[in-house]
Design a protein around this ligand. Structure first.
Ligand SMILES: [Zn+2]
Length: 481
């Protein structure tokens, strides 16, 4: 049924800006404080209080707008969006309406190095967040926490450009990665610092006119966005296939049941009675400010991905994983700067190092292990001062303690034995103690040598240089004995 229709999706994304204080008052802006402790007369909407704009919110919003290739409006204005709900003590939200901060941008979405869609960013504006209602199960009343009131937000609105639920998820992941690079927010969907509503409609293939759209809310993870939209596309296709009409409404996604249900219909849609905010002057962005923000913008994930493939000859997979996180990409480049072995650094970083970061359930820059540590470790391996096996042991200790690899090797006597005379003694002992294996070898079972190499490694606690051991053994076993 679904195959008969083209899916059209547009997203509205809210992102909390990580300023130190709120957008119109000096209350701290951080997640997880005791309810109603980060509040003051301004964000509680008490009569007579006046908002004062936090300039830092503007700078972060501009950074996001530039990263999304938006045109910046040098003049924009705040507006009051009026609605009555317990999470909003003023009974209006300060937002932007007629004159948003930025618009006309675009963000390219790629999958496995292939362009999926270039998505238009229709507008990007600044606004304040509302409070949070807490519903206690089995309790008749709800609680309200105003800590989130006045937390600065940007709202990003895309064009109706996405053509499948998967594309919507990929766009959101790309957006998150891009915004994380600009360090304007931690973009955590589970904590609500990145939130996404979607408009979805269906139309027959080839039709130009858009179908009736339905707004979907309460999708609280990337997976939920895809699943919610998949469900909704199917629901609409079934209605249309029966000759029915999709009604204009807002629906809520229920993650556990895997369905959407009606929240409010067109008749219940609010009229927000927007009007210009009289207590705040217009926002003016001059060229000096914009120039500075532009200069401070970091290299973004996509150009960095391409550069890593070109400059370091990484595979698309390696480049994608490393550039997916700005700190990881910085760690990689710092290490390569100290020790120019791009492929080896990538292998170790994506293998053992990342595994340990995951085990520690942290971020790469939260550990005492630095690019200098990794570079030193690789030098020890390449210089054959330690074996690959010992290197893993050294890495683990260095990762946990922050001690430099060379110091660990020295203190623990882990240096690889490449001394011919010293190894020869061990080899002789092993040959003497394993006559059966020697006999097998001489009878033509060449595999017996592996057992003997293993015995030497064991006797030296893994410190023997395995190539040298093999050479010594073969020499002694083949007639020179
Ligand atoms: Zn406040």
């Amino acid at each position: 049924m679904l195959a008969a229709y083209e899916i059209v999706i547009g997203l509205e994304v809210h992102v909390e800006l990580h300023t130190a204080s709120k957008i119109f008052c000096s209350c701290p802006n951080h997640f997880g404080a005791e309810p109603n402790t980060n509040t003051c007369p301004v964000c509680l909407g008490l009569p007579g209080s006046l908002p004062v704009f936090n300039q830092n919110a503007l700078e972060l919003a501009l950074r996001a707008a530039l990263a999304l290739n938006c045109r910046i409006n040098h003049f924009s204005r705040f507006a009051r969006k009026n609605y009555f709900y317990p999470d909003l003590p003023k009974a209006y939200q300060i937002s932007q309406y007629e004159f948003p901060l930025a618009g006309n941008g675009h963000l390219a979405v790629y999958k496995n190095g292939e362009l999926v869609r270039n998505v238009n960013i229709e507008r990007l504006h600044l606004e304040e967040d509302a409070g949070k209602l807490l519903h206690d199960e089995g309790h008749a009343s709800s609680y309200v926490d105003y800590n989130r009131c006045g937390v600065p937000l940007i709202e990003i609105v895309t064009g109706p450009d996405l053509r499948s639920p998967e594309e919507a998820r990929l766009f959101l992941e790309t957006l998150r990665r891009t915004l994380l690079y600009t360090r304007i927010s931690d973009c955590k969907m589970e904590e609500g610092s990145l939130r996404c509503d979607a408009n979805i409609s269906l139309r027959p293939w080839g039709a130009e006119k858009l179908g009736q759209k339905v707004e979907i809310k309460n999708m609280n993870s990337f997976k939920a966005v895809q699943r919610g939209l998949e469900y909704e596309a199917k629901r609409q296709a079934e209605i249309l296939a029966k000759g029915g009409r999709v009604s204009q409404e807002t629906r809520r996604w229920h993650e556990d049941e895997g369905v959407t249900s009606e929240m409010r219909s067109k008749e219940q849609e609010q009229d927000y009675r927007y009007f210009p905010e009289p207590d705040l002057p217009p926002l003016v962005v001059d060229e000096i400010l914009l120039g500075r923000i532009r200069r401070e913008l970091p290299e973004l994930p996509l150009p960095r991905y391409r550069r890593f493939i070109n400059d370091y000859e990484l595979t698309p997979y390696q480049a994608e994983v490393i550039t997916s996180d700005r700190d990881l990409a910085d760690f990689y480049e710092e290490t390569v700067k100290i020790y120019y072995e791009p492929q080896k650094v990538a292998n170790w970083l994506l293998g053992d190092v990342l595994k340990m970061v995951k085990q520690a359930a942290g971020e790469i820059n939260e550990t005492p292990f630095t690019p200098a540590h990794l570079a030193e470790l690789l030098k020890l391996v390449d210089g054959e001062q330690i074996s690959g096996r010992t290197a893993k042991e050294v890495l683990e200790e260095s990762f946990n303690s922050g001690k430099m690899p060379a110091a660990i090797v020295k203190d623990k006597g882990l240096g690889q034995i490449s001394d011919r005379d010293e190894l020869e003694k061990v080899v002789d002992t092993v040959l003497h103690e394993n006559e059966t294996a020697v006999h097998d070898y001489q009878e033509g079972n060449k595999k017996a040598v592996a057992f003997l190499v293993g015995s030497v490694m064991k006797a030296t606690r893994g410190k023997a240089n395995p190539q040298l051991v093999t050479a010594l053994l073969e020499k002694k076993l083949t007639g020179n004995k």
